[in-house]
Write a protein that binds this ligand. Sequence first.
Ligand SMILES: [Ca+2]
Length: 136
Amino acid sequence: MDNQSSKEIALKHLEKIANIDGGSEREDDFFVGFMKSLGVPKPSKMTEVDAEKLLGNLATEKCSKEFVESLVYWLLRQGISPPAKEAILESDIDGDGVPLWRELVDGSNPFVNDRNPPVIQSNFGKDIVRKENLEL
Ligand SMILES: [Ca+2]
């Protein structure tokens, strides 16, 4: 199965859970307040920049996986704008090479690199280029 179709299946699955879960008025109030405190507009008006702002905050606060899950389900229920949805679902804050949507499906934490083996980002090539530039 290619990556695109497994993503589509995963998204349907996540949206289904979001709707079964249903949320509550208390949860709505909480997340509305949370978004407001970050200066992020309501989900349907969110841009990619807003999505990044939200993700950056979640990562800094080291939010629990359960919190992220609830928030993503809430955003899906609220009809988050397509560009913001894409930015969030494709994000890889922990840098393990696994996008957030897959982390949710697998039950791993999208903000903690809890996978084995971790993806090692090599700067080897970049360093060589930099040294060559210095010598010129
Ligand atoms: Ca990841």
